[in-house]
Ligand binder design. Structure first.
Ligand code: TYM
Length: 333
């Protein structure tokens, strides 16, 4: 059976990269009768970098609301909070005994986040990918829909699954498949086409957040970096024009069109003509999500109830897997 699992950190508001790189693709799995779906809000990951305890619970609820507003139906998918299922952290410890420091040191996300001060980075930040592997393996998940930046973390999860199976001579954990198939698996910053759109970018103008209102979206798109050339009629001609390619990719993803057909529509046009159309499209596609999110957030008790129910379902799957893992490892029953 297919079991899909993915998650997002409640570090701040979701942006267009999270939506088009991952979340929109999650919605595509919704009607897959062969699959079971689990989507968590990974609050334990969110504390690996400086954060405000006063806002963690609120941010967690907001991410859950964003999942639902984007179209994840809690009746069809299990939506839950990572810290509500203690088996994630328990399995993480077991897996950490098999995770090689050398491999963790090579993780580009760790290098980016730790920056020049790697010596001072917390153990949690270093071990982040092991917890992520536990998130996946505790459900024996087979498919993990994520953006391109998570590919290396997924490789580690696959590696840990096979290391465990080989070390203990069992076939316990399946190899989780990365599904990097969102309409825009690598969304770039609006200010710099060589940088990923990211929550941690200092400039809010670099990203479109799912809660941005129409005026803010318009302002950000108007200010988005472009080049002086007109738009070409083919994709190849966008080589070396990263900002233009990013905007075309975003337009295509939001319009559910191919990049080629967007270029056919705008061939020969300047950005001064393209941008107003892009603003209209972005506002039309994002405002219903924002509105639904705000509606959901007006009744936090309902979200919490839904997350509690999701947590119960998740624990029902996770508990026997942890038990089986510990039995294989020889722990006293
Ligand atoms: P997070 O919260 O940083 O990102 C959530 C998802 O959004 C995708 N994403 C992007 N996709 C395209 N372009 C971008 N600029 C962009 N920025 C972010 C990410 O690839 C991700 O899919 N480590 C995970 C969270 C996690 C997880 C898991 C995921 C923890 N445990 C288990 C899957 C399975 C992360 O980076 O979240």
């Amino acid at each position: 059976m297919k079991r899909i699992l993915s998650g997002m950190q409640p570090t701040s508001q979701l942006h267009l990269g999270n939506y088009l790189g991952a979340l929109k693709n999650w919605v595509n799995f919704q009607e897959d009768k062969e699959a079971e779906r689990l989507y968590c809000v990974v609050d334990l990951h969110a504390i690996t970098q400086p954060y405000e305890p006063e806002t963690l619970a609120k941010a967690t609820r907001e991410i859950a609301a964003a999942y639902m507003a984007a179209g994840i139906d809690p009746k069809k998918s299990t939506i839950f909070v990572q810290s509500h299922v203690p088996q994630h952290s328990q399995l993480m410890w077991l897996l950490s005994t098999m995770a090689q420091m050398g491999k963790l040191e090579r993780m580009t996300q760790f290098k980016d986040k730790a920056g020049k001060n790697a010596e001072r980075a917390g153990l949690g930040l270093f071990a982040y990918p092991v917890l992520m592997a536990a998130d996946i393996l505790i459900y024996k998940a087979t498919h993990v829909p994520v953006g391109e930046d998570q590919k290396q973390h997924l490789e580690l999860a696959r590696d840990l699954a096979s290391t465990f199976n080989t070390r203990y001579g069992v076939d316990l954990f399946p190899q989780p498949e990365p599904v990097i198939a969102g309409p825009a698996p690598r969304v770039m910053s609006l200010r710099d086409g060589s940088k990923k759109m990211s929550k941690s970018d200092e400039s809010d103008m670099s990203r479109i957040n799912l809660i941005d209102d129409a005026d803010t979206i318009a302002k950000k798109i108007k200010k988005a970096k472009t080049d002086p050339e007109a738009l070409p009629d083919n994709l190849k001609a966008l080589d070396g024009r990263p900002e233009a390619l990013n905007l075309i990719t975003l337009y295509a993803a939001l319009a559910d069109q191919s990049k080629e057909s967007v270029l056919t529509q705008f061939a020969g046009k300047q950005f001064s003509e393209f941008k107003p159309a892009f603003i209209d499209l972005a506002v039309t596609r994002l405002s219903p999500i924002t509105a639904r999110m705000n509606e959901l957030l007006s009744d936090p008790a309902q979200i919490d109830a839904s997350l509690r129910e999701g947590g119960e379902k998740a624990r029902d799957i996770a508990a026997p897997v942890l038990q089986e893992t510990m039995k294989i490892m020889g722990f006293m029953p």
